[in-house]
Design a protein around this ligand. Sequence first.
Ligand SMILES: Nc1nc2c(ncn2[C@@H]2O[C@H](COP(=O)(O)OP(=O)(O)OP(=O)(O)O)[C@@H](O)[C@H]2O)c(=O)[nH]1
Ligand SMILES: [Mg+2]
Length: 257
Amino acid sequence: MCETCGCGNPDETNIHEPKHDHEHEHQHEHDGYKHTHPHEHAPQKVIDLNKDILLENNRLAERNRGYFEGKHVLCLNLVSSPGSGKTTILEKTIRDLIPTHKIFVIEGDQQTTRDADRIEKSGAAAIQINTGTGCHLDAKMIHLALKKIEIDTNSILFIENVGNLVCPALFDLGEQKRVLVISVTEGDDKPLKYPYMFQSSDLCIINKTDLLPYVDFNVDNAMNYAGQLNPDIKFILMSAKTGEGMGEWYDWLEKQS
Ligand SMILES: Nc1nc2c(ncn2[C@@H]2O[C@H](COP(=O)(O)OP(=O)(O)OP(=O)(O)O)[C@@H](O)[C@H]2O)c(=O)[nH]1
Ligand SMILES: [Mg+2]
């Protein structure tokens, strides 16, 4: 349960009962005889998240956005489920672009400085935010981090959000663009199950394509589902391991600057 965004708060949820009748007959074997009797399953529950706790966050996000615009900083918010490859993509991006670009990174994780350490080894300055029990970054955390890291003008700031396809979708950080990374090991139905994240993202990187021969992931299905939710979303097929799609990613980055 997230204690900071209220997604575990029962007052903020709606529970929909299924429309069909749950009663049907079951056979049980008892004392060597088969008995048939009606049996009731526990009702299925679908939980919707309410979003009206975000006004203060949006106000601070606008302040962050103004700061980035004033300094000509391209700020990108990288979101994904845990382990999709955000840090690996950033490591490769930094190694390739640091000779020609000024790059800074804000790292969000519940615990450890592992990702910030990886980023610094790649050659960019990084600051780590640990959210504790929190499952997302918010605009205030970015506002405070910006006071601790001196971002140059005309630079790129990557924010790697906490690995989570749910709560980070709701929190504007003041970024210009949101980059969603999914990987082929997660299943091609993710857009259907986590629609807010796909609706709110500008670019969807489908990572780990080197593993496509080994997993049941239909790229067309994933793109169609996401495109139905968000007709403007762009896609890049990528393998941060082999380098496939990195050139396309750098072209996309250049177009945003
Ligand atoms: N095969 C393959 N593995 C990859 C690729 N990209 C990343 N990985 C591996 O996937 C694992 C997770 O990668 P990370 O970059 O740490 O993922 P992340 O999204 O930053 O993870 P969190 O910060 O924990 O959410 C690591 O073992 C990477 O080596 C890829 O393109 N192909
Ligand atoms: Mg990471």
